[in-house]
Design a protein around this ligand. Sequence first.
Ligand code: CDP
Ligand code: CDP
Length: 202
Amino acid sequence: MSFTVAIDGPAAAGKGTISRAVAAHFGFAHLDTGLLYRAVGRRMLAGEAPIAAAGALTPEDLSDPDALRTAAIAEAASKVAVIPEVRAALLDFQRAFARRAGGAVLDGRDIGTVICPEAEVKLFVTASPEVRAERRLKELRAAGHDTDYATVLADVLSRDARDAERATAPMLAAADALTLDTSAMTIDEAVAAAIAAVGARR
Ligand code: CDP
Ligand code: CDP
């Protein structure tokens, strides 16, 4: 039987952390859909046309997720993500993942609204831009990237705006999503709230 948990929200809100914990707790599979757009963005930076790149993704493109988590690739991802044909090319893979037997958690921007409107549980995970920039700065520094708070905050704000304002599948809380503002939450608190929300529907 399938059971889908849709987790959407802006950059560095805690979607991935919560998704991994929920998946581990319930034994579900997890797909970070941002990696698909990042992989297309990386191919675009290497000179490929984005629509062709989206149609040509292979498991190899996703084999080293850490290599996709740079600021330049995040920016490229949000640019290819506004192209309707890119989104369309990635749709079937995400829908099939969502409906796999045994349960699935998908995190992204449009999971509860477009990819899986029938998801059993929908969460919209958010936090203030300042808190998210602090979190992302820490992560980038830990990974050895030389950057500063002002740069990271500007990146987060410009990506939020592009994601929220695009015409196709904008970042949006589904009408039936539970919003989780993690600004003042520890990771443990945010994870516990998400597990409780999923547990209530199991
Ligand atoms: O997937 P998304 O970009 O939404 O965020 P993430 O990668 O799960 O989280 C971004 C960073 O914030 C990670 O380093 C988390 O450990 C941290 N975080 C946090 O400090 N407090 C939370 N309540 C959630 C995440
Ligand atoms: O980790 P973070 O939240 O910073 O970004 P991500 O989830 O890896 O997504 C990178 C970019 O891909 C986002 O800024 C969006 O433009 C795009 N994206 C999307 O349009 N739809 C999704 N379901 C997931 C990501």
